[in-house]
Design a binder for this molecule. Structure first.
Ligand code: PEP
Ligand code: MN
Length: 263
């Protein structure tokens, strides 16, 4: 179902009126985690003003350490829904477990399956039985075949609305948080009809590298980007080092939309 062989035309995924794929460049931006009402609303205003279509923000956070901030959970979901009402932005947020799919689906416009859950097959099947569009991130050490099979798990349950997100993979390089696999864009475009976006924030772990990698993604044919932006990255409860300041975010957005005109 995910393969281009049996579905030659590129798919356009409609997220409540916002189209992903088919030549549109979509931008999903926002903080790593929803930290408070104020932090989220301030982020939403910044994100909206620069022309993004989606507000991102984790309410359920899959953290490496159990002692790190784990997210506001349902309270965070309510703030996200309020931010949508306030700005008209679509909401994309992560669902980390089968039990939370129903609740997250009530608040979000698009469900994110994170890198750490890319092969959580029960979760993939559960979101596949729903109708909310899915943003499926590439696993930390997943081959393209494993990633596309994860999409297949979702689609085989009925939900055809899947967007892929390249977010870097684990290699021997330690300077960057992950190695952003730009070649995945061209490979996925050949192998699959599904749209693909790129997350240069998690892909590099460094805010200085977000701009060049965002530009590279658009130039390589990605259907959009996901970036982390925080009103005050130094105070962020998660992923501060890779989060853009509002000023840097505006600069990246200007460049992305200029580039998009040539694509
Ligand atoms: C995220 O987007 O908040 C996130 C945790 O990303 P990933 O699953 O790619 O690590
Ligand atoms: Mn993050």
């Amino acid at each position: 179902l995910a393969s281009r062989e049996f579905h030659p035309a590129s798919s356009i995924i409609d997220v409540d009126g916002v189209k992903i794929g088919g030549g549109n460049i979509v931008v999903m931006a926002g903080p790593c985690a929803v930290e408070s009402r104020e932090q989220l609303f301030e982020s939403a205003k910044i994100v909206k003003a620069a022309g993004a279509q989606f507000l991102r923000g984790g309410a359920y956070k899959p953290r490496t350490s159990p002692y790190s901030f784990q997210g506001l959970e349902d309270e965070g979901l309510r703030y996200l829904a309020e931010a949508r009402d306030l700005t008209g932005l679509k909401i994309v947020t992560e669902v980390t477990e089968v039990e939370a799919v129903e609740t997250v689906s009530r608040y979000a416009d698009m469900l994110q399956v994170g890198a750490r859950n890319m092969q959580n097959f029960r979760l993939l099947k559960e979101v596949g039985r729903g109708s909310k569009p899915i943003l499926l991130k590439r696993g930390l050490a997943a081959t393209l075949d494993e990633w596309l099979n994860a999409a297949e798990y979702i689609m085989s349950e009925g939900n055809q609305n899947v967007v892929l997100c390249e977010r870097g993979i684990r290699t021997y390089e330690t300077y960057t948080r992950n190695t952003l696999d730009m070649s995945a864009i061209a490979a996925v475009k050949h192998l699959s009809h599904l749209p693909i976006i790129v997350d240069p924030s998690h892909g590099t772990g460094k805010w200085r590298m977000v701009k060049p990698m965002a530009y590279a993604a658009i130039a390589a044919g990605a259907d959009g980007i996901m970036v982390e932006v925080h009103p005050n990255p130094a105070k962020a409860l998660s992923d501060g080092p890779q989060s853009l300041t509002p000023e840097n975010y505006n600069e990246v957005m200007n460049g992305v939309f200029k580039l998009a005109k040539f694509m």
